[in-house]
Design a protein around this ligand. Sequence first.
Ligand code: AMP
Length: 396
Amino acid sequence: MAWKSLDDMDLAGKVVLTRVDINVPMEDGRVTDMTRIERIAPTVADILKAGGKPVLMAHFDRPKGKVVPSMSLEPLVPALSGTFGVPVRFAADCIGAEAKKAVAALPEGEVLLLENTRFHPGEEKNDPEFAASLAALGEIFCNDAFSAAHRAHGSTEGIARLLPACAGRLMAAELSALEAALGAPKRPVVAVVGGAKVSTKLDLLGNLVRKVDHLVIGGGMANTFLAAKGIGVGKSLCEHDMTGTAKEILAKAGEASCEIVLPEDIVVAREFRAGAENETLAADACPEDAMILDAGPETVKRIAAVFEGAKTLIWNGPLGAFEISPFDAATNAAAAKAAELTRNGALISVAGGGDTVSALNRADAAKDFTYVSSAGGAFLEWMEGKTLPGVAALEQ
Ligand code: AMP
């Protein structure tokens, strides 16, 4: 992968059109989780330090090409300026006369936020005219929105073809971490894939069995694999119509010498609720009227041993119903093991995907991972081996 970073660009006195992802959760007009804003702060600071003028482009929610006042980016201005420590101005449109005027009036040392790019239908259609109107506002394009890079939109892909383009700090960190985990990783590599369903992660599993040395399958999707092996799973979440696909994945793994690690023991309950009465059984002993909600301690020992022998770990999806204790035990224990090995310098650990980040945070392990991606869909598509248009456009 060859892309330019901010350090490769001459930013002094230039308007730097910077694509960011500030699609943050809001309640009553206030930002409730600042993570995404904090993560772009280094890029904004470095552009300012180099004498550039950061003009932020971003989407918010899904206005579908129309102006939807409740999806305006304007309420984010106080949170942005509080985090960046400099004044943040706002332009009520991302293209046209309004935007041009605001860019022209932007003094050095300040930041300009443009209104929601998705208020224009040209954004999601990647309309060349829309991209050209954006590009006309500045001199350099900086993409710091890895999480939006799986979409070929005007502000992520189209504009990159029209201006000298570079990766922002967050984008560069994501790309380096992902390259270290799957591009040219230190072997052996272990992947953990968990979560609810096989059907949503088929491409992911198909790609990983070709690339990793061990694949740990957990969560609801492990039940489908157990069923594929002819093991009864009672009332567990299980896609019985996917057992054929699960068998194909197992066969592919065999051909590629990828070891599949499935639960050896299981924690079962009769109700899906926190604190539900439960028992730990062998993986082939799930009672007819029970459901599997977590992997058991023997499985965790096996996973820990695989982690100990590995140099690189890539993780997406919980090993059990981690939102309801005690069915978070396997996820927590495996996460703690990965965190410990990473702290000791024995493992490179990369994780991503919405539920995964909250599961690792719950386990208090995220802070010790080498890299935790804030991107959901883009991280998954990258793990699936797909080309991300926003990244491809930076590789020139
Ligand atoms: P995903 O969005 O595919 O990563 O799936 C995450 C969801 O899978 C979480 O809400 C978990 O509670 C759920 N999950 C994991 N293991 C199980 C299980 N054994 N039974 C039911 N749900 C599960």
